[in-house]
Design a binder for this molecule. Structure first.
Ligand code: 5GP
Ligand code: ZN
Length: 115
């Protein structure tokens, strides 16, 4: 656990979250400020700052995050017509929590390109 990391604290159970999926290496919970009818955040339990550093340090863990996201999409009924997985990477791209997380978004039409 990294001190002062919001998502490490959620993983540790110090901050409550609406958990929808978990494995031994991942945790997923509903976003507190949802941007779509379904908006779930998937995190690895281990702290990595962003998706690139996670993939470099532990590609098996990166795969586990993606697998969890796919299972959540099925469980939430998002596979038709589709859904979006987002890893905001860097403050300029909207990353505000520097513990890697995959946004699972669906349940409404999703425009492209994103804003
Ligand atoms: P980012 O902006 O880093 O890509 O995504 C961070 C996400 O975490 C945001 O969508 C934000 O709404 C969500 N978030 C921030 N604080 C909390 C919290 O305490 N609980 C939950 N469930 N989500 C949070
Ligand atoms: Zn963390």
């Amino acid at each position: 656990m990294t001190a002062d990391c919001l998502f490490c604290r959620i993983v540790a159970g110090e901050i409550p979250a609406d958990v929808v999926h978990e494995t031994d290496v991942t945790l997923a919970f509903r976003d507190i400020n949802p941007q779509a009818p379904t908006h779930v955040i998937v995190v690895p339990r281990a702290h990595h700052p962003n998706v690139a550093t996670m993939a470099e340090a532990d590609p098996v863990l990166a795969a586990a995050v993606l697998r969890a996201a796919g299972e959540i999409a099925v469980a939430e009924g998002l596979t038709e017509p589709g859904y979006r997985l987002v890893f905001n990477t860097g403050a300029g791209a909207g990353q505000s929590v520097f513990h890697v997380h995959c946004h699972v978004l669906g349940g409404r039409p999703l425009a492209w390109p994103p804003g």
